[in-house]
Design a protein around this ligand. Structure first.
Ligand code: GDP
Ligand code: MG
Length: 179
């Protein structure tokens, strides 16, 4: 009996990448989702390449292997190995920093260059707790997502708003794409 074959249970393993400019909150979105942790003074991730989260969809075991850039984006050197095999992506900007929203197009281009299969993509406007210094409106985020055919959600890794929802929407979309 092969692994996962017992009792007719199937298993799925999905690779998901998180991309976006430096300091938009990618690492904290992942730590909030995977470990319910937040770090106010997080430095570039050291060592950890990905975190695995398991969930059940249609009584099947789905494992999401979610990759973090380990700070390489600062040097515009996110390698093709990072994207290899990805079937889902979160493209993150910071709603309080306009330049990070302006970079979204470049990240999308890079994603499309490296991934040839169908990739479930979500545009994520993070740090929505910083409403008082907002620099990108919800409508702008929405219309960019619509134009590019992406899901859209504003999140806060700080207060947990929509973090689980954003990851799980992507995971469910991947599942729909492959099942
Ligand atoms: P990364 O470079 O994209 O991985 O960003 P980090 O996760 O390291 O976060 C960069 C900085 O933004 C850190 O000081 C975090 O504490 C802060 N940060 C991340 N997410 C949020 C958020 O949702 N709200 C607020 N206010 N700060 C955040
Ligand atoms: Mg990081």
């Amino acid at each position: 009996v092969g692994e996962g074959d017992d009792e007719g249970g199937e298993e799925y393993l999905f690779k998901i990448v998180i991309i976006g400019d430096s300091a938009v909150g990618k690492s904290n979105l992942l730590s909030r989702y995977a470990r319910n942790e937040f770090n106010m003074h997080s430095k570039a991730t050291i060592g950890v390449e990905f975190q695995t989260q398991c969930l059940e969809i249609d009584s099947k075991e789905v494992k999401a292997q979610i990759w973090d850039t380990a700070g390489q984006e600062r040097f515009r050197a996110v390698t093709s190995a990072y994207y290899r095999g990805a079937v889902g992506a979160l493209i993150v900007y910071d709603i309080s920093r306009r330049t990070t929203f302006d970079s979204v197009g470049r990240w999308l281009d890079e994603l499309k260059t490296h991934c040839d299969t169908t990739v479930a993509m979500m545009l994520v406007g993070n740090k929505c707790d910083l409403e008082n210094i907002r620099a990108v409106s919800v409508e702008e985020g929405k219309s960019l997502a619509e134009a590019e055919g992406l899901f859209f959600m504003e999140t806060s890794a700080l207060d947990s708003t929509n973090v689980k929802t954003a990851f799980e929407m992507v995971i469910r979309e991947i599942y729909n794409n492959v099942s």
